[in-house]
Design a protein around this ligand. Sequence first.
Ligand code: URA
Length: 240
Amino acid sequence: MTRREQLAEHLGFFEELGVDGVSRDPSWRRRAVVTPRAAESAPVGDAPPSTGGGGEPNPDTLEQIRGDLGECTRCKLHTGRRTLVFGVGNPDADLLFVGEAPGRDEDREGVPFVGRAGQLLTKIIASIGLTRDEVYIANVIKCRPPNNRNPELDEVQSCEPFLFRQLDAVRPKVVMALGAFAIRALLGTDQAISRLRGTVYDYRGAKLVPTFHPAFLLRSPERKRDVWEDMKTVRALLVE
Ligand code: URA
């Protein structure tokens, strides 16, 4: 693809998102990403959790959490999965996305959000000047439910502690919950997304922004504009 075609595609996506102008706010010229917090990051290696000055145990690293999951057989989803899909991205990310569960493509590749919904998510991330490598992406459920059915309560209960540990390891500034399922797991509410959207929630030391799931946007593209509004909120929180 030529540069001109790439630019046209990029602008076309902004149009789809409902972007109707260019901000004159100078902060938009800065990249949203904040420098890695290397000095604060959790220890690497297989040392047991140590305690910091405040007596609080340091969270496990992502490697330790992945190691604890192992070849997980904690719930019935293990029987149908091809690959356990842990998470991907920057372990020091300021922005962390939480989806529902892997689909067919993710189960094959072992990476979250690589199918059609994932490609849309990649564009949504790019809309605020970030790349997938700069954020962290995880799901509530790590194994594909058969025929992409909704995850069941026992599956959520065995899997969500690993998501919470991932959140504690990455310690993002902002968590974006994608869709009703992630919102329910994180905020513990059954309220409709349309009621929850537009508000920023305090969550495990981060700011949580609920939004629509990219798979829903593929079916209801008219809601992309709402997601663009949510991305502007995310971006503002990241540069705060
Ligand atoms: N949908 C999700 O919620 N997660 C994925 O990884 C892919 C699709």
